[in-house]
Design a protein around this ligand. Structure first.
Ligand code: R5P
Length: 287
């Protein structure tokens, strides 16, 4: 049986459909004071899969997920698999300054305390985050799905990673599409500001595809797009797994001349055109 939290109901329905599994009805709402309410309706089998992404509003989505997992255990589920397509708090995976919370480690501990038996997530900000879980935890990659979506829509493009962290994604994507790839060097100045080093790319008159795991404020992509345009790129597409898209991020990106932004539905957005449902369904079949 599959249950979709309020952030991932469509995705849960798609996964249930692919697995020919039942979608459990659930009521989720907010009390007038802002607290969350959940009610699981229906008979609970031994094993249940909960799908809930944890983008904005992160705290509410996590709280709802904890309430669902714990309630499932209380009312009779033996095993609960938590599928968290976008794992919020992942970018605070270290104590960068003394006294800071290692937020994603605490999230991992809270999921286990709530009763999750297994966790699945997609393109974690750092692979090492998986080590914070003491229960089986699996990281899936949506990059092949994005590459397959693009492969029939582009002609001899060059794939560009807008920072070194995205280099593996660019390499994987280029391998699937069968084209060149390169990367940029980026320095993060603050949560809102990044600087990207200038470098010459072989983009004159060509299509360029910028690939990243997350678009948050859009600053990383804005810098990358400006550099590629200034070097004569003919058209630029942007692909990402998690469209966090803070405020007017999309507008800022399009205003640099980007032709198209393509993302997955790990987070619902107007550019979430590639579904990760087949990826999740396959992983659930195997584990
Ligand atoms: C950083 O390491 C990530 O891969 C993304 O590049 C980053 O989160 C994007 O943030 P923003 O859109 O705010 O530049």
């Amino acid at each position: 049986m599959i249950i979709g939290g309020s952030a991932s109901q469509n995705l849960a329905a798609k996964v249930a459909n692919l697995l020919h599994d039942q979608l459990c009805p659930i009521e989720t709402r907010k009390f007038p004071d802002g607290e969350r309410y959940i009610r699981i309706k229906g008979e609970i089998p031994d094993e249940v899969v909960v799908i809930q992404s944890t983008g904005y509003p992160q705290d509410e989505n996590f709280m709802e997920l904890f309430l669902i997992i714990k309630s499932l255990k209380d009312i009779g589920a033996d095993k609960v698999k938590a599928v968290i397509p976008y794992l919020g708090y992942s970018r605070q995976d270290k104590r960068f300054k003394p006294g800071e919370a290692v937020s994603v480690k605490i999230i991992a501990e809270l999921l286990e305390a709530a009763g999750a038996d297994e966790v699945f997530s997609i393109n974690l900000h750092e692979h090492n985050i998986i080590k914070f879980f003491n229960i089986p935890a699996y990281e899936l990659s949506a990059i092949p799905l994005l590459a397959e979506h693009l492969s029939s829509r582009v002609d001899d493009p060059i794939i560009i990673a807008p920072d070194k962290g995205a280099l593996d994604h660019a390499k994987t994507m280029a391998g699937i599409i069968g084209c060149e790839y390169d990367y940029m060097e980026k320095v993060r100045i603050s949560a809102e500001k990044v600087e990207t080093h200038l470098k010459n790319f072989n983009v004159e008159g060509r299509s360029a595809i910028i690939v990243d795991d997350i678009i948050s404020t859009g600053g990383t992509i804005v810098n990358a797009s400006r550099i590629l345009h200034s070097q004569g790129a003919m058209n630029i597409k942007v692909v990402c797994v998690h469209p966090v898209l803070v405020d007017d991020a999309l507008l800022r990106i399009f205003s640099t001349g980007v032709e198209e932004v393509i993302a997955t539905d790990t987070i619902k957005s107007e550019v979430s055109v590639v579904s990760v449902a087949p990826l999740i369904a396959e992983a659930l079949k195997k584990n």
